[in-house]
Every structure is written in structure tokens, then in C-alpha cells.
Ligand binder design. Structure first.
Ligand code: HAM
Length: 419
């Protein structure tokens, strides 16, 4: 079967499962629209520069994980590894840079060349939101509240919200210096990656996963006290607002996030039911630069990994009730009856009734078995006698009762059952 498997780190999603994906999407639409968000759809690939400049050339995503290729016109393009940079590129075509706020959400596949593992794919899916154009701690707090509201609507309990502040760029110079002094003095026990991070991206040392590095990181100086008063007050207000919303959270000074555009608030939601890939969502406030733009686009947002949301729902056995498509099944005896039923099926479907019609000559018993296999709610039976009288038999598969109806009567009978 190996030949028929999709490429590593990707998956096929079959109709039974698609229902669950749709419930994540529908809930997103329902919850986010309560906060004034509308859906934005952007291309699945962008000019490579959008991500290099937007996410940062020193990030792992840009350095190691992007699917980049030249198209036939010689343009360098990249499959989007995340949604924010492309959304900002699209919003630059609006009046967002004049302080006019935009609230958008997006749903779709993202691509990162990571080592596949449980909860880690090369093509994965995110549902994300961006509140763009304004800076206010109220917006950061509202954004996290909306994420928690979304998770609650998906019946995901036990998730933990971790938050931290990255200050603004100017804060990171004095704070980064303090960290550099400390880490330089402890470099002999740290990993090779951290040695490189010392010069290139000191903040990434804070989330190194290696035990020897974590021990050093655990004793690192409290860098936030070197941030400006404004930055600390900003974060304090975010925390107070979350408290007033009665949202549980934990301040995690080691949370820095892997993308370079973040300023002020950063956050992640983790779930113990997930094992190693425990982050179900992440986000924060950002200043995102795009090629040719001297001024960054500002905003706050998050993205949740849809595969991981489903995994948590599985672990909690808490997926939403799914709308099972229980169709009407058309049983025909003979070719003329089949023609009659095919036409009737077409009429019923246009009236909003889901119908599956048997198209082969099969025994009544085989057709009723097929009706059961697709969970049909009703079977409509037409044979020679019914054809002559113009009256078909409609069998209620649950109640076991049956009715004799003409086509118009059948439609009137079935329609309210599928409203
Ligand atoms: P991120 O933390 O890189 O943030 O990704 C968000 C979520 O996507 C993660 O928490 C995880 O659930 C899921 N995810 C990431 N990589 C994978 C993967 N390889 N396989 C499965 N799931 C994955 C961002 O992407 C930012 N754009 C979020 C944001 C929006 N920040 C501000 N606005």
C-alpha cells in the first residue's frame, strides 16, 4: 500500500473526518463573528521575501522549514509556513496603515518541512485571527479571551494559557545584554545551537529544549525588569484585564515564541493531553515588516493548529455532535423504475433532501442492505406495481413504518424532516 500513501507529513482527510474539521471551522465562524471578525482568504504561496522579511531570516521557520521554489517566470515563491505574513501583505492594500482597524480570520493549510511526528505535520492546518492597525492592551486581552472562548465552544477543557511580554525592540537591547553576560559565562555546558544563538538570537536560548541548557536558563536573570516602565505597564494592564475576564493564565518568562515579529504580549495555549507537541495555539502582538515597507504593520493575533485541536478533542472524548448526513435511499426494481427514481432523486435533492439512488440491478435485499450501510433514514421503494400506480413506498428505517405516497406527497412528507 506504500505507493498509495501521501507524502510524509501529509494526510488524506476522508468524509467521515471532514465533518469534524467542518465543526472546527463553523465554530470559528460563529465565535469570531461575535467579535467582529470576517474571513480573509489569501494565496497558499507568496513571494519568498514576504516570509523572510515578515517572519525574520534568523528564525528556524525561515532557515530550515520553508518549501521554496522558483516558478517558470523565475520568481522565488514559498508555500506559506504560517498565515500572518500573507495576511499583512494583503491588508497593505487597504487603509490599515492609516490606523483603521481590521479584524480578519483565516482557515487553511500551512507548510513547514519539519520532521513528522504525532501532532507535527509538513502540511498542517491553522485557524487564525488578526486584529490589525491599532495598539492597545485591551485588544491583546480580548484576542486571548476570544481564543479561550473558541476552545470552550469546542468543549476543550483543561487547556492552559501561558503569557509573557517581549517588550518593544528598544527594551531588548539592555535586557538582551544582561542575558548575554549571563549565558556567555555559562556557555561551556550549553549546546552548539545555543552557542550560535548567543550571537545571533539570544532570546531563542530561553526556549531551548535540552535539559543541560534548561538548567542554565532556569537561573537566568529576570530580564523584564530591564524593560521600560511603559512596556511593563502595558503587560500589567493585559494581565489585569485577563483577571477581570476571569480567565486563568500563567506568566511564563521563558515563553519567547519562534517568530521574530512579536512585541509586547506573547501567548501560547498548551494541553497536557497532547504529549510532546503540546501547543494547540500561539500568538501575540507584532510589528511585522514587509519588503519595501519602512513602517511595520501592527496587530495582535493567534493561530490554532487544527490537527492538534482534534487530537485534544479525541483525548477528551469531547468532539461536538456532528450532523450525520442520513440520506434517503432509493430502491428500484427494474430499469424503468430506476429511471423514475433517478428523476425523483434529482427533484428531491433540489428541494434540499439528501438522496442516494442505487444505479445497478440488484435484489431488494441487497439494496436494503446498502441503505443500512449508509445509515439511510428512509428508503423509497419503486417497482413495477408502483410505477403503474405512480405511488411509491417510503419506509421509515428507524420506526419500521411505511407510507404510500405520490411524488408530490413524498416531497411534502420528507422536506420537514430535513429542515
Ligand atoms: P505558531 O506557534 O508557529 O504561530 O503556530 C500556531 C499553531 O500551529 C501551533 O500552536 C500549533 O498548534 C500549530 N502548528 C505549528 N506547526 C505545526 C506543525 N508542523 N504541525 C501541526 N501543527 C502545527 C504562528 O503560526 C503565528 N502565525 C500565530 C500568530 C498569528 N501570531 C500572531 N498572529
Amino acid at each position: 500500500m506504500a505507493n498509495f500513501a501521501p507524502p510524509p507529513g501529509t494526510a488524506d482527510i476522508f468524509p467521515e473526518e471532514t465533518l469534524r474539521w467542518r465543526s472546527l471551522e463553523k465554530t470559528a465562524e460563529k465565535v469570531f463573528s461575535l467579535y467582529g471578525y470576517g474571513e480573509l482568504r489569501t494565496p497558499a504561496f507568496e513571494y519568498t521575501e514576504v516570509f523572510k522579511r515578515g517572519i525574520g531570516t534568523e528564525t528556524e521557520v525561515v532557515q530550515k522549514e520553508m518549501y521554496t521554489f522558483d516558478d517558470r517566470g523565475g520568481r522565488s515563491l514559498t508555500l506559506r509556513p504560517e498565515g500572518t505574513a500573507g495576511v499583512m501583505r494583503a491588508l497593505l492594500n487597504t487603509d490599515v496603515m492609516n490606523g483603521n482597524e481590521k479584524r480578519v480570520y483565516y482557515i487553511g493549510p500551512m507548510f513547514r518541512g519539519e520532521r513528522p511526528a504525532a501532532g507535527r505535520r509538513r502540511q498542517f492546518h491553522q485557524v487564525g485571527v488578526e486584529n490589525v492597525g491599532r495598539v492597545a492592551p485591551e485588544l491583546d486581552a480580548e484576542c486571548m479571551a476570544m481564543l479561550m472562548h473558541y476552545l470552550e465552544s469546542l468543549k476543550i477543557t483543561g487547556a492552559k494559557l501561558l503569557i509573557n511580554t517581549r517588550g518593544v525592540m528598544a527594551d531588548r537591547i539592555p535586557a538582551g545584554e544582561k542575558l548575554r553576560e549571563y549565558f556567555a559565562a555559562n556557555m561551556d555546558v550549553m549546546c552548539n545551537d545555543c552557542r550560535q544563538r548567543l550571537d545571533k538570537n539570544i532570546w531563542r536560548i530561553l526556549d531551548c529544549k535540552l535539559e543541560s541548557c534548561r538548567q542554565v536558563v532556569g537561573q537566568a536573570p529576570d530580564y523584564v525588569c530591564y524593560f521600560s516602565d511603559e512596556s511593563r505597564q502595558y503587560f500589567d494592564r493585559v494581565c489585569r484585564l485577563l483577571e477581570s475576564f476571569e480567565i486563568d493564565f500563567e506568566v511564563d518568562p521563558l515563553l519567547v515564541r519562534g517568530l521574530d515579529y512579536y512585541v509586547h504580549t506573547v501567548f501560547e495555549v498548551v494541553h497536557p493531553g497532547l504529549g510532546a507537541q503540546s501547543a494547540i495555539a500561539g500568538g501575540g502582538r507584532y510589528e511585522l515588516f514587509l519588503p519595501e515597507n519602512k513602517k511595520p504593520v501592527i496587530g495582535v493575533g493567534f493561530a490554532a493548529g487544527m490537527e492538534r485541536l482534534l487530537m485534544v478533542q479525541d483525548a477528551l472524548k469531547s468532539s461536538l455532535p456532528l450532523a450525520e448526513p442520513a440520506p434517503v435511499f432509493m430502491v428500484s426494481m427494474g430499469e424503468a423504475a430506476r429511471s423514475f427514481n433517478m428523476k425523483l432523486a434529482f427533484i428531491l435533492r433540489r428541494a434540499g433532501i439528501p438522496v442516494i439512488a442505487e444505479v445497478e440491478e440488484k435484489s431488494m435485499k441487497a439494496q436494503m442492505r446498502a441503505a443500512n450501510r449508509c445509515n439511510a433514514r428512509f428508503a423509497v421503494i419503486c417497482g413495477e406495481i408502483e410505477l403503474e400506480s405512480g405511488i411509491v413506498i417510503c419506509k421509515d428505517m428507524e420506526a419500521g413504518e411505511q407510507y404510500e405516497l405520490d411524488p408530490v406527497g413524498l416531497q411534502n412528507f420528507l422536506k420537514p424532516k430535513f429542515m
